[in-house]
Design a binder for this molecule. Sequence first.
Ligand SMILES: Cc1cc2nc3c(=O)[nH]c(=O)nc-3n(C[C@H](O)[C@H](O)[C@H](O)COP(=O)(O)O)c2cc1C
Length: 190
Amino acid sequence: MPKLLAFAGSTRRHSYNQAILDVAVQGAQEAGAEVTMVSLADYAMPIFNEDDEAEQGIPANAQAFKELLIKHDGFLIASPEYNSSYPALLKNALDWASRQTGDETMMQAYKGKVAGIMASSAGSIGGLRVLVVLRMLLENMGVIVAPNQKAIAKVSGLLDDNHKVSDEKTIKQLKGLGRDTAMLCQKVCN
Ligand SMILES: Cc1cc2nc3c(=O)[nH]c(=O)nc-3n(C[C@H](O)[C@H](O)[C@H](O)COP(=O)(O)O)c2cc1C
């Protein structure tokens, strides 16, 4: 049974990306994955600076987040698109987790892991452009990114009053992404 870590690149209250992630998580769980959901709000960390790292080491929250990545087989990541790319919140957390400490092997948080990626936006392309750069970033760090990905456009019209995804077609697509990620991880994760 693969163990997946799920997190969104937004800590906004009523985040669209948290809403779509919740559905993909259900799909992964229905396919038999064990999923841990975390919020980056609980792992607040400073913007990476190599001098600070040399003087003070890796901050406790960054190390804790990295250890979470290390102990999971794969990830489900939902990201907003900021100016056609990833938000600093997400990139900063991923950068910190790429730093090697103690007995860790290089890029231990990433190498050989599987990720399912998704985006959403009120706009008409749903954050498709962030998926291009997020895929490249993760693959460059050694992650196998599932071929299936989802960019949910005009997402504000697909939610109910509780900010949950209510559109059946979207739920099916997102659950499918969660399922595909779990199944890929089942095949390739150690
Ligand atoms: C700095 C900034 C840049 C943005 N750039 C884009 C963009 O390039 N494409 C897009 O679809 N939405 C863009 N947006 C709008 C976001 O999609 C929107 O804020 C969305 O709600 C963020 O996701 P969340 O609901 O998960 O927080 C931008 C928002 C901000 C704050």
